[in-house]
Write a protein that binds this ligand. Structure first.
Ligand code: 9MG
Length: 259
């Protein structure tokens, strides 16, 4: 899953693809690099980010989504706002990636009656304050229980289980030790539902490698992506599609898989 941030303030590439033309060109480049899926986002969810209005988010994302129809891969939209979900689904989005796991009033209803997929992500708190004081007893058990509860709520409302993927939400209200415990538990989490993971260029990669600048975190991000794939992740959400694909191709050949 290639990341297309149509935002002025995302943590790694904020402002680089903030115009429609730049975002569309970036998205097409990621498809050429081998992305199987694109995730378009109109709200930065980095720690400390302030929420944006639904109108602003839609104004950023909708023209890009429309321009990318027919680009050759399915389009996901990263949003937690039900009105944005409704609009992008009507405009052809095939997946909603919700860091809030469809907890907003009306979010589940926006998916019911469509055949779109959904990613339910775990987050403690909300982006503006989530890294101020994250706290867990048993982070793996709590995240697993949350994801199961959200799946049950979606299925009870009429969203088919086969359309649901889950994500432990690396960096979303988590200390490094929490992220590490979850990374080690990926094989267990992958038994809950197909797993989407996002490590790409995040601060946990910086903390482990000592790389302060997000631009210096490619190698660490690829190491994490390989770990996740080996642990059973189905979807890797990445900024660097070509490099990640190359690393996966080498690993798979060594494992003896067909290319
Ligand atoms: C929007 N966004 C930023 N990081 C993410 C992650 O790790 N997972 C998902 N599902 N979305 C993310």
């Amino acid at each position: 899953m290639g990341i297309v941030n149509v935002t002025p303030d995302s943590f790694h590439d904020g402002g680089r693809h903030a115009t429609r033309a730049a975002a569309v060109a970036h998205a097409r480049r990621l498809v050429e690099e081998g992305a199987d899926l694109l995730d378009l986002g109109g709200e930065s969810t980095r720690p400390g980010a302030a929420p944006v209005s639904a109108d602003e988010e839609l104004a950023r994302v909708l023209p890009v989504l429309e321009a990318l129809q027919g680009c050759g891969v399915p389009l996901s939209v990263d949003t937690r706002q039900p009105s944005v979900m409704q609009a992008v689904l009507a405009a052809g989005a095939m997946m909603i990636n919700d860091i809030n796991a469809l907890r907003a009033p009306g979010a589940i209803a926006a998916l019911v009656g469509t055949d779109a997929s959904v990613c339910l992500m775990h987050m403690q708190g909300e982006p503006r304050t989530m890294q101020q004081a994250p706290h867990y007893g048993d982070v793996v058990a709590e995240v697993a229980a949350f994801l199961c509860e959200r799946i049950d709520a979606c299925v009870a409302a009429g969203i088919a289980r086969e359309r649901i993927v889950v994500d432990p939400g690396f960096g979303f209200g988590k200390r490094l030790e929490d992220n590490l415990a979850l990374a080690r538990a990926l094989p267990r989490l992958a038994t809950i539902a197909p797993l989407l993971v996002g490590f790409s260029r995040k601060s946990m990669i910086g903390a482990i490698t000592g790389r302060e600048a997000t631009g210096d975190r490619l190698a660490g991000s690829i190491g994490a992506a390989l770990w996740a794939a080996r642990a059973g992740a189905s979807i890797l959400r990445v900024h660097d599609v070509a490099a990640t694909r190359d690393a996966l191709a080498v690993w798979r050949q060594f494992e003896g898989e067909e290319k």
